[in-house]
Design a protein. Structure first.
Length: 107
């Protein structure tokens, strides 16, 4: 196969796919090569989707924690600085990474 990727990387990819094909053959020994290839592809896609979801979940968790830390810092700084009661005017990112303007809460 020809590829613009590094040869060692392509070899590593091929070995990974080969291993997935061998695992699929164990689960479906009477399957033809197309069926085995589709089963291997589905297993690889499942791994990818699970890894992608884990990354998204981790990002959301970190964004939430960062927001909580920012809120705690704002409260701590606000108690030491009366001018901070008006609230900062800079935007901040919510858990999904969207920027939202901050608003001051007055009682």
């Amino acid at each position: 196969m020809r590829s613009s990727l590094e040869q060692t990387y392509v070899t590593e990819l091929a070995a990974y796919v080969d291993e997935k094909m061998r695992l699929a053959m164990r689960e479906c020994p009477q399957g033809d090569s197309l069926k085995i290839a589709v089963l291997a592809a589905l297993n690889i896609a499942d791994e990818f989707f699970r890894a992608r979801d884990d990354v998204r979940s981790g990002h959301d968790s970190l964004a939430h924690r960062a927001g909580e830390l920012e809120r705690m810092l704002d409260l701590a700084l606000g108690s030491a600085d009366p001018a901070a009661d008006a609230g900062p005017s800079r935007p901040f990112a919510d858990a999904q990474g969207r920027e939202e303007p901050r608003t001051a809460v007055h009682g």
